[in-house]
Design a protein around this ligand. Structure first.
Ligand SMILES: Cc1cc2nc3c(=O)[nH]c(=O)nc-3n(C[C@H](O)[C@H](O)[C@H](O)COP(=O)(O)OP(=O)(O)OC[C@H]3O[C@@H](n4cnc5c(N)ncnc54)[C@H](O)[C@@H]3O)c2cc1C
Length: 491
């Protein structure tokens, strides 16, 4: 019988859990990583079907330069197992107020010409000064100034700069909505500006051949190569707590013991279901219940008979696309248009092996509530809004469809985090990066139960989804190592 006792048990092989487990195994701890699915990757898992390979849905990496996917993979010696590609061009499409769709002229990476962007967005000469001043202020803002913006929404920050509506829509739709999946009038300005700086100065638009899940799979391989154990299809049912300390986990494949448990299952499911609220102080439980998840994407995987789209990825937006809290709530209640920004990705345009010869795969995503409990009619309404934008921007696409699959927040929740409160579970990112939940307001990686840590997009990281999860993995690995060493010294 395999060993049942470890230095640390990590629950979940998403980007946060697998990075953390890989780093801890590499630094000499005896690690067990338990994952309920058959594959690692969580919300950015790789899938394959009928000769097509792809990430489960639209997943676009940023930044490209000095990205964390590579730096952790290099540290773990597994960089050869996940081939990252940055195709260098994209297809942002703007629907102008007169209803015309036009694509951003192709510009070499790192040499974007603001004047070309302003012409494309129809920005008048008189408005260009404010636009340039805003870009300069945002990209050059020093960290200590960014730190002053935890109480301000990005909407408040940018509207105070008087930029024209089309530029606001471009920034919010291309970047903020997709990077954070929260309405821009709730999005924390510090989080937004830090990430936009990274994207503008270190570029965006990175992918992985075979799907992004390959990155998490590589981190899992590092656990094995460093003497750790990775148990797939092992769902954790319970985290064991004795005398205020974690002592192990009960999984569908047995009970395992460790004085440290790191959970990538989401802070709310971990506290409420896996550990049990009775083990936490009342104010922690209350705050945990009040945490607001990010919103969600739903969309389609289109398997096409022939190539239709020429670029590797892009976004379709108009001046009306940006989501505000009020518009999202009204749209969810069926009282406002559900049409917002649409993201699309074409894996076979950055990885020729991603589709059989002569075919194409296109993934799409548009906003919807994170609730896995949405009714069929609600799902249909949100999906139709996204598809209407796609078919208008790419008139030849509908005729080329051989097969299509819808994915919804219910699929995201089934694949990753459990829904323990109504309306939560299908979120795209994790905890919403809104004012009050970032910076000093972000939950701690260390739970108020001895030996319990949270890893992933709910604690410990900043920035765009997958990068945030990996950053959390790095931060938590450092903290767990220190905790382990302190316990050894005390023993
Ligand atoms: C539709 C969609 C589009 C996205 N687009 C982008 C994008 O363009 N760019 C980007 O950077 N990010 C994107 N993201 C977000 C990004 O994928 C996530 O933020 C990130 O991958 C989350 O990582 P994580 O480690 O926090 O957790 P998760 O990915 O949620 O991983 C948690 C892991 O824990 C496992 N688990 C949960 N409960 C248990 C249990 N009880 N027992 C065992 N295992 C368990 C799950 O199976 C899962 O593997 C997207 C996400 C979605 C859903």
């Amino acid at each position: 019988m395999a060993d049942q006792t470890y230095d640390v048990i990590v629950i979940g092989a998403g980007f946060g859990g697998s990075a953390c487990a890989g780093l801890l195994a590499h630094r000499g701890l005896k690690v067990l990583l338990v994952e309920k699915n058959a594959r690692a990757g969580g919300k950015a898992m790789s899938l394959a079907k009928n000769g097509f390979t792809y990430t489960a849905w639209v997943v676009i990496g940023a930044p490209v330069i000095d990205n964390l996917y590579e730096s952790v993979a290099r540290e773990l010696g597994v960089a050869d197992l996940a081939e990252l590609v940055a195709p260098g061009h994209q297809g942002a499409i703007y629907r102008s107020p007169d209803g015309r769709y036009s694509q951003l002229p192709d510009m070499p990476v790192g040499e974007s010409d603001p004047l070309v962007i302003f012409d494309w967005l129809g920005i008048a000469e008189d408005d260009r000064g404010a636009a340039i001043a805003m870009f300069a202020e945002m990209t050059m803002m020093p960290p200590e100034e960014i730190e002053q913006l935890h109480d301000v929404s990005f909407h408040e920050w940018i509207t105070a700069r008087g930029v024209p509506r089309s530029l606001y829509a471009f920034l919010v739709s291309l970047c903020c909505d997709g990077m954070f999946m929260v309405p821009v009038d709730m999005l924390e300005a510090a989080e937004a500006i830090r990430s936009l700086q990274a994207m503008f100065l270190r570029h965006g638009g990175m992918f992985c051949r075979g799907g992004f899940g390959k990155v998490a799979e590589a981190y899992c391989e590092a656990v094995r190569r460093n003497g750790g154990r990775v148990l797939m299809k092992a769902k954790t049912e319970r985290v064991l707590v004795e005398g205020g300390r974690v002592t192990g986990v009960v999984t569908s494949q047995g009970t395992f013991r460790a004085p440290i448990v790191v959970s990538n299952a989401g802070i709310q499911p971990t506290v409420t279901k896996l550990v049990g609220e009775e083990h936490f102080p009342a104010d922690f439980v209350r705050r945990n219940r009040e945490l607001v998840p990010s919103w969600a994407l739903l969309g389609y995987r289109y398997f096409l008979k022939r190539p239709v789209i020429e670029v590797p990825y892009g976004v379709v937006f108009s001046d009306e696309s940006p989501w505000s809290r009020e518009r999202l709530e009204k749209a969810a209640a069926g009282e406002a248009s559900r049409e917002g920004v649409l993201y699309y990705e074409v894996p076979s345009n950055y990885d020729p092996t991603a589709a059989p010869a002569g075919k194409q795969i296109v993934l799409t995503g548009s906003f919807c509530p994170p609730s896995p409990q949405m009714t069929a009619a609600e799902i249909e309404a949100w999906a139709a809004a996204g598809e209407k934008i796609l078919f208008a921007a790419f008139p030849g696409l509908a005729d080329a469809i051989e097969d299509k699959e819808l994915y919804t927040p219910r699929d995201v929740s089934n694949l990753t985090r459990e829904s323990v409160f109504p309306g939560q579970g299908g979120e795209t990112i994790g905890l919403g990066q809104i004012v009050g939940q970032c910076g000093p307001g972000k939950p701690s990686i260390k739970a108020p139960v001895e030996g319990l840590f949270f890893v992933g997009c709910d604690a410990g990281g900043t920035g765009v989804g997958t990068q945030q999860a990996i950053e959390s993995g790095m931060v938590v690995a450092d903290a767990v190592l220190a905790h382990h060493q302190a316990a050894q010294r005390a023993a």
